[in-house]
Every structure is written in structure tokens, then in C-alpha cells.
Design a binder for this molecule. Sequence first.
Ligand code: CU
Length: 486
Amino acid sequence: MREPTDPAEPLQASDAVASIDPSATSEAVPVVEAAAPQGFGALTRRGILSTAGAALAGGALLLRGARAEAQPASPSRPEAPKRASYAGAPPGMPHRDYQPVVVPNGTTLPWKLVDGVKVFHLVAEEVEHEFAPGLKALCWGYNGQVHGPTIEVVEGDRVRFYVTNRLSAPTTVHWHGILLPSGMDGVGGLNQKPIDPGETFRYEFTFRQSGMGMYHSHHDEMTQIAMGMVGLIVIHPRHPTGPKVDKDFALMLHEWRIDAGTRRPNPNEMTDFNMLTLNAKAFPATAPLVVRKGERVRIRLGNLGPMDHHPIHLHGYHFRVTETDAGRIPESAQWPETTVLVPVGSTRTVEFVADVPGDWAMHCHMTHHVMNQMGHAFPNVIGMKPGGLDAKVRKLLPGYMTMGQAGMGDMGEMGMPVPENSIPMSGGEGKHGYITMGGMFTVLKVREHTNGQEDPGWYENPPGTQATTATAAELQRDGIEVPKPS
Ligand SMILES: [Cu+2]
């Protein structure tokens, strides 16, 4: 294993063997020096043990450690490590050792390989971010994005993260849920000095787990998390168990307070958040999850919002909860659900086979979390008949209109004048009219024919499978009497 370098040692670009764009197709997988034999990722540890050690140049150290675990140590061998060691495991490569995740509305952080270590660079900086058409805000994120790009690695990967601070305030990065040395844990003041504006810090460790983690600032958390400084970490298993999935989506849940007409999230908010997002987008700006009928789908959900748990509900399917932030749940302990609660500071992963075509809603089931910039000071006027009230009030307040007698559903499409840079209560157009939801809402689009990437448009329901107005003949046939309005 390469020794950690001096923090002052600059990154040598010439050391790089290959730069990796994780979104590249399988043809683009670069050849890496001293790469392990193809198919290494598919071998089990038992398989490795029964393989001639000499053939596994890159895995020699792993072999030694693993064999020492299985056999009593002899004087001619070094002492076996007490815990599983990945030393010498070759870096996991996209399309060989793992199928890259899909990050709707987001990206995956590129990396390069330097002497067998995956080297990443995060730049903490202010970012102008568009939550949905009509609403932009100055947030804090990483590498020009809110949230930061998803970090994707393989169990056993040695990684080096350079973190450059281009904010006006000190920051740190904490690797949430990740097993690592204390000095790399990123809590400002406790584990390290905060990274001052203009400074670059180095974090280095080996991922010795699989599952899903997250990263976020651990300095002035209330401000920096509320401003958006969070991201996802996907750690693919070195030896996967369970059925292989065809689509692997990663979504970060978050909440914000952005008052209508303002240009920055308000980090002082304690309870009353009014923007709820998936990968920092509010419906109708959330990209749909597009899959082909029959594909096995995994959806990873992380929640680093300030205060709220999110019960994420998927229509049309029963899924299995297969992972928490501490790793894969044994198959015998996985449970079926249609809603999974994702608590603050946690990740949950679900899997299912997408065998029914259609447009299927997926959303937080807390009703206030599917409304954008809703005000909570509205009087309850459900069922109220304003009569001549509006005309009277308009003498004092021109343009006044009593709203909400039939609920909030119509407000988004009324075309009412709204404050600049705001999307109050808006939802989005659907195939059959206005979808009265915003915020933490997206659509799973399952199709017989799709390239699996581009939005295929709205689903055309086959004849006889579409809810429609009941005819008088149908009502009569089935003996249904509709009460007359009183
Ligand atoms: Cu919610």
C-alpha cells in the first residue's frame, strides 16, 4: 500500500495513469497499469484462495491477508491483520467491477488513478442554482453544483480527496457513515482544523465497507448544510450479493427555506421549510426515472436535510428495502414496502422489478413536502362562499381575491402574479391536466420501448385501463344513484 503522502506535497498531474469519466460507456474503460486480471470483481474470496497467488499480482497483499486469516500464522509469514484488509486490492473500475449509478439532475465526481489511489478534487464554492424554472438562489455547493457531485467507489478502493475552499467562510468535509481513521472524519475543531478560505486539505483513506454514505460540511453545519453543502457516496461491493440491477438511481433529499423574492436560502430557519427537493430540484424540474419494462431497479435515497424525515412513497410497485447506511440487509431480513422512511442523516435503498409500464408517481408523503414555497399564514377558508366579500375588499385592496375555498390545488395554474424569483404552490402540467404537486415529487416512467435515458413523454394507457367519467348507462347498469347536490 502506498504510504500517505505529505500534506504539502502537490498533486502531480503527470502521475495520473488515466482520468475516469464514470459516465463513459464500457468501450471507454481505460487500461490501468498492473491491473488485476479481468473478472477479479466476480471472484469470491473463497475463489481467490483457491487461485494460484502468483497470477494475482495486484491482489497479492489481499491474498496474503486473507489466507493468513484462514490459516494459523506461521513464523515465516507476517502477522495477519485482525480485521479484513483490502490492501493491494485493485481499484474498482466502472463497467468491470460496477455498473455506474444514474444521478437524475446531477453528476458523478470524476477521478484519476495515481499509483493505484483514486484521486478526487472537491471545490467548496458559492453556486447560483436553479431549483425550478422561476426560482434561482445563491447556494453553497461543490464543483459548481448543488448538491455536490455523487462520489462513486468500490469497497477496498484507496482514495485521496483534495478539498479546496473557495467560500468566504471556513469549512470541512465529513464522510458521513464511512468507516475511517479519526483524523480523516472531518469534524471541524475535533478531528482537524477548519479549512480556511483559499486553503486545500487532503483526506486519504480506504473504503472498507459497501453501501451508501454521504458527505457534508461539518463546520457551522446549520449554515452550510442549509445552504446545500451535501452529497452522496455510493460504495459498490467488491463481491456483490443479491440480484444484479439494471438501473441504479441515486437521489438526495433536502429541504430549504427560500422566501419568495429573496435570492438566498435562509439558514436560520428552524422548522418551516418551504422548498423540498430531490437532487436539489423541485417538481416540475425533477428529471423522471426512466426504465425499460422488466428491468430490476435500485433507488438509493439519502437525507441530509436539516430537520425533516421523508416517507418516500412509490406508486405501482412493492419494493424491498435492501440497504441502510450501514450496508446491505440480509435477504431474509429485507421487508416489503410501498413507502420507506428516510430519517435525517440516513440512507435507505430499495429494489424492485419494473414489470408494469406506466407513469408512476414517487414522492414524499408529507403533504407539505410536495408544495413549493407554501405560506403557512393562510386562513382556513375551505368551503367558504365569499359572496360579495371580494368586491368589498377590492375597494380597499385592488386585485384582492379570496383563495383556497376548494383547497390549494388550483393555485399553481391560476396565473396569479407572484413575487419575483418564486414558484409559490406550483406543480406541473401532466398528460391529463395539472399535477397539483411540487417539491419532493418525481415520476418513474416504465416503458416497453425506451433507450432508458431520455424522457419518453407521457404514458399512453391502453384502452380500458384509464379512469374516466362514468356514463349514465354505466351508473344505471350497476345500480348506482348519485346524490343530488343540496
Ligand atoms: Cu418529506
